[in-house]
Structure formats: structure tokens, C-alpha cells
Ligand binder design. Structure first.
Ligand SMILES: Cc1cc2nc3c(=O)[nH]c(=O)nc-3n(C[C@H](O)[C@H](O)[C@H](O)COP(=O)(O)OP(=O)(O)OC[C@H]3O[C@@H](n4cnc5c(N)ncnc54)[C@H](O)[C@@H]3O)c2cc1C
Length: 424
């Protein structure tokens, strides 16, 4: 017999788990949050020291709880985000048990609901919400032959001094790769950056931050059905006061851009001939955004100064005219490799038929076909901003409504059953 029963078990004490806790409390629904580490653990231990939140302070908020800290146009440190989430947990009085890992989740035999095996025993729950994060297990592609060098994934990178002296190869050009490459370059390292497809956006345009534009244009509300094949989120940075990421500019300053890594053999890496395509893809996304913003200004007759400079492109860097296809790591003095190649989900602990062949959960906006089982906080759960700190509240409210309605339906059906019994 399980020692404990809760109505709703929330797995994960990050922004998603805490926002849902608040929403359930507001609806009078009993629940418990289990967090294997500390509140906001990933912001404490899986982010590098120089990272800045990519959204300006004025836009940072959780339901009923704005971030009020310093300059509204500045970008918070990870430590400030940890403080914010910790303060939120206290504000909403979330029932969080830290240091407890959920190791397995099964259905209850012969009864509805679930059994969660945890590092501190078994808990039965009518509902389970999996809020274990969109970025769970670091991905490092298999590279037959390897590099033979010091290697670190972005989630374990902390600061330039952690890497052996010498040049650095950064593989990946999402937000992590672009920002770590810039940090290393500014620290005086020679940097080689392997660039893939990306969707870069201006940090600011016509006097407003990108986040203002995304909200004003409703782009952050783009529903998952209209997402298209490209799942990537806008490539931006809040570091160094926040600026537009432009790989051509990085190259003009002295960084060496490369295509995607294909193979490694005896310390030599081979790169695909796709650098020009990747840069053009990123530039096209950037220009398309400017077009949409300009059209909005014209349509609404807004008084926002034009910014022709935003359309000036840096000239093609030499690495486009003569792309590097093979790189001898030692010959180039490369001493370390930073893998900024993303993350996967890890739901291997869920022993229920809710995952597809790739291990991704099957759901509609977080609601699965298994009654009472939910996911929250995943990228594009229902909309573009589902995994954003300021966006998770809407999904949390919707799931809380669903859970409250299930509870109400349960109350009504047991009332009907007991009413029926008394008539017999
Ligand atoms: C480098 C980087 C920079 C980012 N910058 C931004 C940004 O600027 N703005 C922004 O909005 N987003 C940013 N993000 C994304 C943001 O960090 C995530 O979207 C956010 O953390 C998701 O919150 P969450 O609560 O869904 O998940 P998480 O923050 O990942 O929280 C999940 C929690 O679940 C716990 N957990 C996991 N498994 C178990 C288990 N089995 N049992 C118990 N507990 C468990 C974990 O310890 C963790 O604390 C960034 C992500 C990265 C990687």
C-alpha cells in the first residue's frame, strides 16, 4: 500500500511546476511538487556564468508576480532568475519537496490514477503533471574517430578559464553556441565556430526590443499548428547589454566560421559545404522579420523612426569565399571543443504508453490520451511561448482548468453513484 496519496503530483520545481502550483492553489486543488534538486535547479547548475536572460527585465514575469529589479531594459543574470523563481515559490506558497527524484511512473493496477516511485518512497496520485523541462539531456552527436581533445557540452561550460589554453572550436550556432563563441572570443581566444541553420532576429528595431515586437505582433502566440517544419526559436542574446547576433560580423572581427561538422578522423575534422546556405537562411529570417515589423508600422501609422542601418549587411567574410572543409585540430592550435548541440527529452522513467518512437510525449497542448496525465513547459507545447518564462502561465492555467474540471466530474459522478444507490 502506498504511504501517501495526493490529488495532483507535479514533477519538477522549475517555472512550469511553480506556475501550475499557483494555478491549482487558486482553484482549490490539492497538489504536491517534487523537485530532485533545488527550486530552479537548471538555472543554478546548467548555465554558464556569463549568460544573461534573453528577455529584458520589463518583460520577465510569472502569473501575478512581475520581476522588479533594477533597469527594466537590462538583462538578468542566472542568479537573479534563481532568486526570482525562489521568491515566486514563497509568494505562491508552493508545496515543494526538494531533493526528491521521481524514478518511475506507472498506472495503478485495478484503480484509476498513477503510482510514482520516488527516491523517498511511493506516492499515489489521481493526476500527474510532468514539468521536468524542455532541455533535459545534453546531446553530443557521435563523431566516429573523436577529437582527442578536452570536450565539454554547453550545459557544463562555465567560463573561458575552465578550458585549456589555446584556440577553441565551438560546434553549434543556436543561442548557446553563438553566445559561448562570443564570450570566448572576447576573452581573447581564437575561436572556430561551426554554424548550422538558425533564425537570427534583431535585438532591437526602430527603438523597441525584439520581445516588444514579438508580443505586439502576436508572434509569441503562434500556435503549434502553424509552427512549420522549423522548430527553432529566435536566436538572440542578452549578454553585453543585448545586441543582434550577426555571424558575418563575428567573422569580420576575426572568428573563423565553418559549416556543419561531418566527420572526424585522427584529429582532422571535415565540414559540410553548407556555411553560405546557413548564413543566408539566418539572414533571410532576419530580413523577413524587419519586413513584418515595417509593414506593421505602416499599417498602424506608428511614430517609430526608420532604421535603414538595420538592413546593411556585413560583406561576405573570407571564410565564405574559401570555405574551410578540413581542419587539423592540432595544426590550428585548437585545445578544446565546446558542444553547443542542444538537448533531448528524457522520459525513460515514464512506464506508460504516452511516448512516440523517438521518446517524445504524445499530447495535445499538454493533455495526453491517458486521463490525468499531463505535460507542461515543453517547447511549442501549445504556442511559441510555451517554454518562455513569461509564457508558461497560460498553459498552466489551461491545465489547471482541465484538472479542476476532472475533479468536478469525479465529484458529480460519485454523487450520482451514491444518489443512485440510495434509490435502490
Ligand atoms: C542556455 C539556456 C538559456 C536559456 N535562456 C532563456 C531565456 O533567456 N529566457 C527564457 O524564457 N528561457 C530560457 N531558456 C529556457 C528555459 O531555461 C527553460 O525553458 C525553462 O527552464 C523551462 O522551465 P521548466 O520549469 O519547464 O523546466 P526546468 O527549468 O528544466 O525545470 C524542471 C525541473 O524538473 C526537475 N526534474 C527533472 N526530472 C525530475 C525528476 N525525475 N524528479 C524530480 N524532479 C525532476 C529538474 O531538476 C528541474 O529543476 C534557456 C535555456 C537554456 C538551456
Amino acid at each position: 500500500m502506498p504511504a501517501e496519496h495526493v490529488e495532483t503530483l507535479i514533477v519538477g520545481g522549475g517555472q512550469a511546476g511553480l506556475a501550475l502550483s499557483h494555478m491549482l492553489s487558486r482553484r482549490g486543488c490539492e497538489h504536491l511538487v517534487l523537485e530532485r534538486g533545488r527550486i530552479a535547479e537548471r538555472w543554478r547548475t546548467e548555465r554558464w556564468d556569463g549568460l544573461r536572460f534573453q528577455f529584458p527585465n520589463w518583460s520577465v514575469q510569472l502569473p501575478d508576480f512581475p520581476f522588479v529589479k533594477g533597469d527594466p531594459d537590462a538583462f538578468a543574470t542566472s542568479a537573479e532568475i534563481v532568486d526570482f523563481l525562489t521568491a515566486y515559490a514563497a509568494f505562491v506558497d508552493a508545496p515543494v519537496r526538494c531533493g526528491v527524484t521521481v524514478t518511475a511512473l506507472q498506472g495503478r493496477e485495478g484503480a484509476f490514477g498513477f503510482l510514482a516511485q520516488t527516491s523517498e518512497g511511493t506516492i499515489a496520485a489521481d493526476n500527474v503533471v510532468v514539468a521536468t523541462g524542455p532541455y533535459q539531456r545534453p546531446v553530443i552527436p557521435a563523431l566516429p574517430g573523436g577529437t582527442g581533445l578536452y570536450e565539454v557540452h554547453a550545459s557544463r561550460y562555465r567560463e573561458p578559464g575552465q578550458l585549456p589554453r589555446g584556440a577553441v572550436l565551438v560546434i553549434g550556432s543556436g543561442a548557446s553556441g553563438a553566445q559561448i563563441a562570443e564570450e570566448l572570443f572576447r576573452a581573447g581566444r581564437q575561436v572556430y565556430l561551426s554554424v548550422g541553420r538558425h533564425r537570427r532576429m534583431p535585438r532591437r528595431y526602430r527603438g523597441r526590443d525584439l520581445i516588444w515586437w514579438l508580443t505586439t505582433l502576436g508572434l509569441d502566440q503562434t500556435p503549434v499548428e502553424r509552427r512549420g517544419p522549423d522548430r527553432s526559436l529566435p536566436l538572440i542574446t542578452g549578454a553585453y547589454g543585448g545586441h543582434t547576433i550577426d555571424f558575418r560580423q563575428f567573422a569580420a572581427q576575426g572568428m573563423t566560421l565553418l559549416g556543419r561538422v561531418k566527420t572526424a578522423l585522427e584529429g582532422t575534422l571535415e565540414f559540410a559545404p553548407d556555411l553560405a546556405d546557413s548564413l543566408e537562411f539566418g539572414d533571410a529570417a532576419y530580413r523577413a522579420f524587419l519586413d513584418v515589423a515595417d509593414a506593421h508600422v505602416t499599417r498602424h501609422g506608428l511614430d517609430m523612426p526608420e532604421e535603414p542601418g538595420a538592413r546593411l549587411a556585413h560583406p561576405d567574410p573570407p571564410c565564405l569565399a574559401q570555405p574551410v572543409r578540413r581542419l587539423g585540430l592540432q595544426a590550428c592550435g585548437i585545445a578544446a571543443v565546446v558542444w553547443a548541440t542542444g538537448y533531448r527529452c528524457d522520459f525513460s522513467w515514464i512506464d506508460l504508453p504516452v511516448l512516440d518512437a523517438g521518446g517524445e510525449p504524445i499530447h495535445r497542448a499538454g493533455i495526453t490520451d491517458i486521463p490525468g496525465l499531463y505535460f507542461l513547459g515543453l517547447q511549442w507545447l501549445s504556442r511559441m511561448n510555451s517554454s518562455f518564462l513569461a509564457g508558461v502561465g497560460d498553459d498552466a492555467a489551461r491545465l489547471a482548468d482541465h484538472i479542476a474540471a476532472r475533479r468536478q466530474a469525479g465529484v458529480e459522478s460519485s454523487a450520482a453513484l451514491s444518489g443512485g444507490a440510495s434509490h435502490r
